[in-house]
Design a protein around this ligand. Structure first.
Ligand code: PEP
Ligand code: MG
Length: 930
């Protein structure tokens, strides 16, 4: 007999079916609830419906999978037994919350329904049990709204408007408040709420054509389906796209016994972090609202008070919460983001998950956790004495909770990138800034942003697509805004605290964000915002300073911030752990020096052709063109003589900047026609004629066109480029080798160490390479001997054609090193043009289209295919020459996944653009300890 799949996992009364490591199946929230229950925290009972059930529901065309209904009923019955309450009825009604929760956190992206099980009968029972009709009615009106909006798609605004109307008329009149005074939710009386419930039911009936459901099981079915459906909502799909979240099955659904934070002043609800998520400081940090229900905190609808106030309001609850902080951080060995509710002085934990943090905080937290204690021993012992904290947690909290290796593993490449997002230029004086100050809010994510104001996410996205820098300004953000938030350089909201949606989402991206700017009044229709008399319109430029929460009018100079000291510490740990060397691709002394500052240990690729294009020195490109236009060897050598001093001084500059670190200089690579204009571009041709005439060379447009036509190739990428140029015109190689060696000798004579590595591109054959290596050595050795210096140099090749990889054994016989040019190797192995494939390659990566590849093979190495050639070349190359040096200099050298591969394949180093050097150091260390 076929058994039905298990779709639900129970938790409650200190026992849980699931475990913390079952995130894939139970979602992050479900796994957290199970784990918190297991370690003895007070969690309201409930059950989690698996992500597999969601996948099955979507696969079956929005139908519940077989067996789910029965299992949900069984779970409700079990929950009734453990809580001794009856679902939606009886004297003591069981009410539940229904929440989404995928394996990766998607803040606010999917749906939540609270107070489910309320109906006209249980309303009365709840009023009696809670001894407050007002409380019960407040819960009922929230439920009707959430259920109507979420499960039935009714515009939430209709409910909000009805509530605002009631507060603004009936309640205001009753209280005799004038227009300037605020009327808040808690001012509304039971009688007024009762009317509101009727109005909400009317809205429901009008929109759905039926009465609000009274049967709790029917309500539950609707709510669970609504959560399943929310997985495919646009906002959730957009969030997964921008966050690059792939491979998840769906969302889990958590059905949990309701506890109430809005039963009076000994109740409340809050969100907290076990450390400050903006700075990483080891302090207990969070937002609290007294006498409200949970959704008000996360939605940022109300501006909460700091968690520390709980210390005076409910000291014992605060201490319990401190104990929870210790238990969860010690248990997970990670900074946690917690949600809790206090019902009549009793603390319930509703959620724990790894907390999102700013990039600065990511480094500080990782380093602190590996080197310092979470809490002083005395403070931990006080919690033990009060029986809030088990002894074993106090002991663990009195020493570092992770190892250095854990700390290295924890940092993401994105943290490194985002760490260097801009800040206000520290040279700006306070006075200068003060004259342009518009208003001040809460700095939720540090950094700075400067751009034109957009009042809608759509506008922000559109303007950003045209290249504009944008600041998204909203009263509060909602999950619908996530596309615009991602496109914007910064986010500003009028409401909300540091744990509001805007803050949480922006923090995850390290994007500057200011919230709770309550002096701002925003008028979406008029597309303007106002602070007192000061008006700022859509399109005007403003600057945000996320560190201080200050908003300025106009543009302001931003600079790259200095790295915090924890960054240096962690990077030093990485360097101590990695096996792979990290070099950089740099063509100028300035780039080389920048890369060294960021930790580069050498240059893995200096593309000599880039040196000819300096617009400030037109003689360079002029001489290059003279060389290309030359009709015979003699004329060509003359032109090359002019190029020689430029190349020599460039190489000398780079060698000096690298001061003893190895420098790989690649000989000329691109096809020569790339240095000339197109034949059918008369303007471009004339420019070249003028330029060459100015240099004393007598040419006509016809000369240029004729030469361009001679050089034309149907397939230039497969044409006369790379070392084929040197086979045809050995004088080009001679000039370049002379320049490299001469520059190196000059440095040596000045007492500077130099390790040049001359690299020959695009080889396809050992005989071809042998000719060029021999010629290179003849020139270099003669120069060194002649000048009487000691200089070691290497001559090697790039492996960037499949044939070179296939013949890597014999090629290694004539080569000191290989550097994998994976840009071309990918292009030639996959027969994908690196310049044109962008037109269709996204379809190959898009899971919803073909999904052939997990990543763009030009960004992340195609390990299966291209990687096989790389492995083979390493093996064959090293079996021919055991000390063959191996590196990579294609774009993949800065991609973490590809770096893992390079580590495993046995390469000696990776080389990448200067700004990716820190990412490569990190990834290399992570690969080494994986
Ligand atoms: C390569 O092909 O990977 C490479 C580094 O060379 P280029 O990008 O200059 O062709
Ligand atoms: Mg190449």
């Amino acid at each position: 007999m076929a058994t039905t799949r298990r779709w639900v996992y129970f938790f409650g009364n200190g026992k849980a079916d699931g475990k913390g490591d079952q995130k894939e199946l139970l979602g992050g929230k479900g796994a957290g609830l199970a784990e918190m229950t297991r370690i003895g925290l007070t969690v309201p009972g409930g059950f989690t419906i698996t992500t597999e059930a969601c996948a099955a529901y979507n696969d079956r065309g929005q139908k519940w999978p077989v067996g789910l209904e029965k299992q949900v009923r069984q779970m409700i019955a079990k929950l009734e037994r453990t809580t001794k309450k009856k679902f939606g009825g009886g004297k003591n009604p069981l009410l539940v919350s229904v929440r989404s929760g995928a394996a990766q956190s998607m803040p606010g992206m999917m749906e939540t329904i609270l107070n489910l099980g309320l109906n006209d009968q249980s309303l009365e029972a709840l009023a009696t049990a809670s001894n407050s009709l007002r409380f019960a009615l407040d819960a009922y009106r929230r439920f009707i709204m959430m259920y109507g909006a979420t499960a039935k798609g009714i515009d939430r605004g209709l409910f909000d408007e009805a509530f605002d109307r009631l507060k603004d008329t009936t309640t205001r009149n009753r209280l005799g408040r004038d227009r300037n005074e605020k009327v808040i939710d808690t001012d509304v009386s039971a009688e007024e709420l009762s009317k509101l419930v009727d109005t909400f039911k009317d809205i429901y009936r009008e929109r759905c054509g039926q009465d609000f459901p009274q049967n709790p099981m029917e309500q539950l079915r609707g709510a669970i389906s609504a959560v399943f459906d929310s997985w495919m909502f646009d906002k959730a799909v957009t969030y997964r796209r921008v966050e690059n979240i792939t491979g998840l099955k769906g969302t889990a659904v958590n059905v949990c016994q309701m506890v109430f934070g809005n039963m009076g002043d000994d109740c409340g609800t809050g969100v907290c972090f076990t450390r400050d998520p903006s700075t990483g400081e080891c302090v207990f940090y969070g937002d609290l609202l007294i006498n409200v229900q949970g959704e008000d905190v996360v939605a940022g609808v109300r501006t909460p008070v700091p968690l520390a106030e709980l210390k005076t309001l409910m000291p014992d609850v605060y201490r319990q919460l401190e104990a929870v902080r210790v238990m969860l951080e010690v248990h997970y060995k990670e900074m946690q983001d917690l949600e809790f509710t206090i019902e009549r002085g009793k603390l319930y934990m509703l959620q724990c998950r790894t907390g999102k943090r700013s990039p600065q905080a990511a480094f500080k937290i990782a380093v602190d956790q590996a080197t310092q204690k979470l809490m002083t021993t005395a403070a931990a012992n006080r919690l033990v004495r009060r029986k809030f904290l088990p002894k074993k947690y106090a002991t663990a909290a009195s020493k570092p909770i992770i190892t250095k290796e854990d700390a290295i593993r924890r940092i993401h490449a994105a943290d490194v990138e985002r760490l260097f997002y801009p800040v206000l230029d520290p040279n700006l004086t306070r006075d200068e800034l003060d004259t342009r100050l518009v208003t001040e809010g809460i700095g939720a994510v540090p950094g700075a942003a400067c751009g034109e104001v957009a009042f809608s996410a759509t506008r922000a996205e559109k303007r950003a697509q045209t290249g504009a820098e944008v600041v998204l300004v909203r009263k509060e953000t909602s999950p619908e805004d996530v596309g615009g938030m991602h496109a914007a350089s910064g986010v500003l909201t009028a409401t909300g605290g540091k744990t509001s949606h805007a803050a949480v989402v922006a923090r995850g991206w390290g994007k500057c964000c200011i919230v709770g700017c309550d002096s701002l009044s925003i008028d979406y229709d008029a597309k303007q915002m106002r602070v007192e008399d000061h008006v700022i319109r859509e399109g005007d430029t403003i600057t945000l300073d996320g560190a201080t929460g200050r908003v300025f009018e106009g543009a302001t100079d931003l600079v790259r911030p200095k790295a915090p000291k924890e960054y240096q510490t962690l990077m030093n740990w990485c360097d101590a752990h990695r096996r792979l060397g990290v070099r950089t691709n740099a063509d100028t002394p300035a780039d080389a020096a920048r890369a060294v500052e960021l930790g580069a240990e050498g240059i893995g690729l200096c593309r000599t052709e880039h040196m000819f294009f300096d617009p400030k020195q037109p003689e360079r490109i002029r001489s290059m063109r003279e060389m290309i236009l030359a009709e015979d060897e003699e004329a060509r050598r003359k032109a090359l003589e002019k190029l020689l001093p430029f190349q020599t001084s460039d190489f000398e500059g780079i060698f000096r900047a690298m001061n003893g670190k190895p420098v790989t200089v690649r000989l000329l690579d691109p096809p020569l026609h790339e240095f000339l204009p197109q034949a059918d571009n008369p303007g471009g041709v004339q420019d070249v004629v003028d330029e060459l005439r100015a240099g004393g060379k007598d040419v006509t447009p016809e000369d240029i066109i004729r030469r361009v036509e001679q050089l034309h190739e149907a397939n230039p990428m497969l044409g006369h480029r790379g070392c084929r140029l040197a086979i045809a015109f050995p004088e080009i190689l001679e000039m370049q080798v002379c320049a490299i060696i001469d520059a190196a000798i000059r440095c040596v004579k000045d007492g500077i160490k130099v390790f040049p590595e001359i690299m020959i591109p695009l080889s396809i054959d050992p005989k071809e390479l042998g000719i060029l290596v021999e010629h290179t050595r003849e020139i270099a050795d003669a120069m060194i001997k002649d000048r009487g210096v000691k200089l070691k140099y290497l001559v090697g090749t790039m492996i960037e054609t499949p044939r070179a990889a296939l013949l890597s054994g014999p090629i290694a016989g004539v080569s000191d090193f290989f550097s994998f040019g994976t840009n071309d190797l990918t292009q030639f192995t996959m027969a994908l043009s690196r310049d044109d494939a962008g037109r269709f390659l996204p379809d190959y990566v898009d899971e919803d289209k073909a999904g052939v590849f997990g990543d763009d093979p030009f960004q992340s190495l195609d390990i299966e295919g291209v990687g096989k050639l790389v492995r083979m070349a390493c093996r064959d190359g090293r079996s021919e020459k055991s000390n063959l040096k191996l590196g990579i200099c294609g774009e993949h050298g800065g991609d973490p996944k590809s770096i893992f591969f390079c580590n495993e394949a046995g390469l000696d180093y990776v080389s990448c653009s200067p700004l990716r050097v820190p990412i490569a150091r990190l990834a290399a260390a992570q690969a080494a300890i994986a």
